[in-house]
Ligand binder design. Structure first.
Ligand code: NAD
Ligand code: TDX
Length: 334
C-alpha cells in the first residue's frame, strides 16, 4: 500500500511514520511536509532510506495532484497546530488548515484515493470543570480559537466532499497528545525542557484547565484501526480517559525531575483559553475494538521526560528562540 503522509516531519506525523515502519511491512511511505518551524527533519533522518521526504506545501495543487495520483491512501496530519500562534497571526492557519485540506480533497476526489483526516477535540469548544459530560461524535461544533475554527472548517469540508462527491474519507478527532518528538512550544515538552534548562515552568491563568492526555502511539494505533476497519464517511473520537489539570502535570514533571513541586510560575492567561476537554471514545472501542496501551499517565510522562533528557541535541538549538517568543507577551503573575 502506497501511503502519503502529510505533515510527517512534525510531532504526530513523524511518530506515525516510525510506528508504521515498525508495524506495517506492507506500507510504502512518502511524506509531504513544508518543513515549517514546527518540523524537525532530524526525526526522519534515521529512516531516510525507507521513507521519501518531499518538501512542499499541501496547498500546492500541482504537487499534491502528482503525489496523490501515485498513492493508495492519504493520511493528512499537516497543519498549523499551535493555539498561541493562531492568536498572534491566524493567516497561516487559514491557508494551511483550510486551503490545504481543500487542495488534498480535490486531488483524492479526482484520483479516487482513500483519505483519512486527522483532527482535534478542540472543534467541540470546551466544557466546564465540573460538567459530567464528555465530547461524543454527536457533540455540536463550537470552536474557540483561530486554530480550532480552521480545524473545524477542515472537518466540514471533508464531510461535504464525502456527501457531495463520494470521496472515501474518515475523520478522527483526538485529545491532547504527548510523547517523543513534540515541539517544545507545546505545554509538556516546554515545561520538561524548562526544568532541564534551569527555567521555572510556566502555568497559564490559574493552572486549573484540564486536558485529556493520550500517548501519541495510542493515537496512531487508533488511526490505523480506523483506516483498516472504520466506515467511510464516519467520524471517530480518540481518547484514553486521561483527564489531568495543568497544575498537576507541572507538579508531576517537577517531582519526577527531583525539584520542589511548587517551583513554577503562574503567567498571563491565554485569551479565550478553553477550560476543559474530555473525550468519550466508546464508539471507537466498541465498534472497532481499539484500546489504549498507555494507561498510566505518570509512567508515560516519566518515559517522555527520559526521552527529552536523552535527546537534548534534538531540542536544544530551538529552546532560546521559543522562550524569547513567549517572553514577548508572557508576564509572571504569581
Ligand atoms: P506539528 O505542528 O508538530 O506538525 C505539523 C507538521 O505539518 C510540521 O511538520 C509542518 O512542517 C507541517 N506543515 C505545516 N504546514 C504545512 C503545509 N502548508 N504543507 C505541508 N506541511 C505543512 O503538529 P502535530 O501536533 O503533530 O499535529 C498533527 C495533526 O494532528 C494536526 O492536524 C493537528 O491539528 C492534529 N492534532 C494534534 C493534537 C496534539 O495534541 N498535538 C491533538 C489532536 C489532533
Ligand atoms: O506554557 C504553557 N503553559 C500552559 O499552562 C503552555 C504552552 C500551555 N499551557 C496550557 C494551555 C493548555 O491549557 O497547557 C494546556 C496545553 O497547551 P498546548 O500544549 O498549547 O495545547 P492545547 O492548546 O490544549 O492544544 C493541543 O491539543 C489539541 C495541540 O497543540 C493542538 O494541536 C491539538 O489540536
Amino acid at each position: 500500500m502506497r501511503v502519503l503522509v502529510t505533515g510527517g516531519a512534525g510531532f504526530i506525523g513523524a511518530n506515525f511514520v516510525l510506528r508504521t515502519l515498525a508495524t506495517r511491512p506492507d506500507a510504502t511511505l512518502r511524506v509531504l511536509d513544508k518543513l515549517t518551524y514546527a518540523a524537525n527533519p532530524e526525526t526522519l533522518a534515521r529512516v531516510a532510506d525507507r521513507v521519501e521526504l518531499v518538501q512542499g506545501d499541501v496547498a500546492d495543487a500541482g504537487l499534491v495532484d502528482r503525489l496523490v495520483a501515485e498513492s493508495d491512501l492519504v493520511v493528512h496530519f499537516a497543519a498549523e497546530s499551535h493555539n498561541d500562534n493562531s492568536l498572534a497571526d491566524p493567516s497561516a492557519f487559514v491557508q494551511t488548515n483550510l486551503v490545504g485540506t481543500y487542495t488534498l480533497l480535490e486531488a483524492v476526489r479526482r484520483h479516487g484515493v482513500r483519505y483519512h483526516h486527522i483532527s482535534t477535540d478542540e472543534v467541540y469548544g470546551d466544557l466546564e470543570l465540573d460538567d459530567p459530560a464528555r465530547f461524543t461524535e454527536q457533540t455540536a461544533y463550537n470552536p474557540s480559537s483561530p486554530y480550532s475554527s480552521t480545524k473545524a472548517g477542515s472537518d466540514l469540508l471533508v464531510r461535504a466532499w464525502v456527501r457531495s462527491f463520494g470521496v472515501r474519507a474518515t475523520i478522527s478527532n483526538c485529545s491532547n497528545n504527548y510523547g517523543p518528538y513534540q515541539h517544545i512550544e507545546k505545554f509538556i515538552p516546554r515545561q520538561i525542557t524548562n526544568v532541564l534548562s534551569g527555567i521555572r515552568p510556566k502555568l497559564y491563568g490559574d493552572g486549573r484547565n484540564i486536558r485529556d492526555w493520550i500517548h501519541v502511539d495510542d493515537h496512531n494505533d487508533a488511526v490505523w484501526r480506523i483506516i483498516d476497519k472504520g466506515q467511510i464517511g464516519e467520524t471517530y473520537l480518540i481518547g484514553a480517559d486521561g483527564e489531568v489539570d495543568n497544575r498537576t502535570v507541572v507538579e508531576t514533571i517537577l517531582e519526577l525531575l527531583g525539584q520542589r513541586a511548587d517551583a513554577f510560575d503562574f503567567v498571563t492567561d491565554r485569551p479565550g483559553h478553553d477550560r476543559r476537554y474530555a473525550i468519550d471514545s466508546t464508539r471507537l472501542r466498541t465498534e472497532l475494538g481499539w484500546q489504549p496501551r498507555y494507561l498510566d499517565f505518570r509512567s508515560g510522562l516519566s518515559a517522555t521526560i527520559d526521552w527529552y533528557r536523552d535527546n537534548a541535541a534534538w531540542w536544544q538549538p530551538g529552546k532560546e528562540s521559543v522562550e524569547a517568543n513567549y517572553a514577548v507577551t508572557e508576564r509572571v503573575t504569581g
